[in-house]
Design a protein around this ligand. Structure first.
Ligand SMILES: Nc1ncnc2c1ncn2[C@@H]1O[C@H](COP(=O)(O)OP(=O)(O)OP(=O)(O)O)[C@@H](O)[C@H]1O
Length: 240
């Protein structure tokens, strides 16, 4: 098994006429849950798109499961959930998942497994356009879990979910990691950071920290992750 599922070195991305990532480098250890945190517009989605191979104008190196990001062989090995629902509104949850399972070549009993995993059993036969926003997000997540991908990249998967569901989903993320999957989960919400094995903190297209939550708190001398992030920003500004 690879030690690192993802390795990024000196990643620079230009979007429009602006450089939005300015030389980002880090590794994602296989079998871990890493949180990608930072304010709106700091470049989280851009970095995620570079990892899943969808971002144009990327320089530096992005290696995913031992291959360059975007390699054809990676397609079935990565599950990617965007901020937009990625399932069809006019199909039921089960119909969507059967369709995606067929496209991916996943076993048909995998559909039941992923419906259970995201706790959508009671709505499995409801059309997606009749589900709440949080239920639609869970349907998209279920589609990404089909075929048990080795790398799961989730862009704000818990937005709009209640605390009980968020807790359940984080438990699911750790269960998947215990089974060997690697997860990168972006979030705005600092209280989710504590649930990660490791944190990547971004600001203005740069990585401010790549640490465990415990180390981050210790180095900032606080027991509050939000405060730790602010302390890091202040230190960075002073160092300039
Ligand atoms: N299609 C685009 N063309 C040009 N610039 C873009 C495009 N999409 C995003 N950007 C810019 O790239 C930068 C990073 O955006 P990105 O979507 O990666 O941020 P983010 O951290 O994911 O934000 P959020 O948390 O709000 O989703 C922003 O300054 C944004 O304005």
């Amino acid at each position: 098994m690879l030690k690192n599922a993802v390795s990024c070195r000196d990643v620079v991305v230009v979007r429009g006429d602006r450089e939005v990532l300015h030389g980002v480098g880090f590794d994602l250890r296989a079998g871990s849950v890493t949180g990608l945190l930072g304010p709106s517009g700091c470049g989280k989605t851009t970095l995620i798109r570079a990892i899943v191979g969808l971002q144009a104008r990327v320089s530096g190196s992005v290696s995913v499961l031992g291959s360059p990001a975007g390699s054809a062989g990676l397609r079935g090995r990565i599950g990617y959930v965007t901020q937009e629902p990625s399932v069809y509104g006019d199909l039921t949850v089960t119909e969507n998942l059967r369709f995606f399972a067929a496209v991916l070549g996943a076993e048909s009993d995998d559909v039941q497994r992923v419906v259970d995993a995201v706790d959508l059993r009671s709505h499995a036969d409801v059309r997606v356009d009749q589900l709440s926003g949080g239920q639609q997000s869970r349907a998209s997540l279920a589609a990404a879990l089909l075929g048990s991908p080795e790398l799961l990249v989730l862009d704000e998967p818990t937005v709009g979910l209640d605390p009980v569901l968020r807790r359940d989903l984080w438990e699911l993320f750790h269960r998947l990691a215990d089974e060997g999957a690697t997860l990168l989960v972006s979030s705005h919400v600092m209280d989710e950071a504590a649930r990660c094995d490791r944190l990547l903190l971004m600001r203005d297209g740069e990585l401010l920290a790549d640490e465990t939550p415990g180390d981050l708190l210790e180095s900032a001398g606080t027991d509050d992750l939000e405060q730790a992030f602010l302390t890091l920003i202040e230190r960075k500004a002073e160092a300039r």
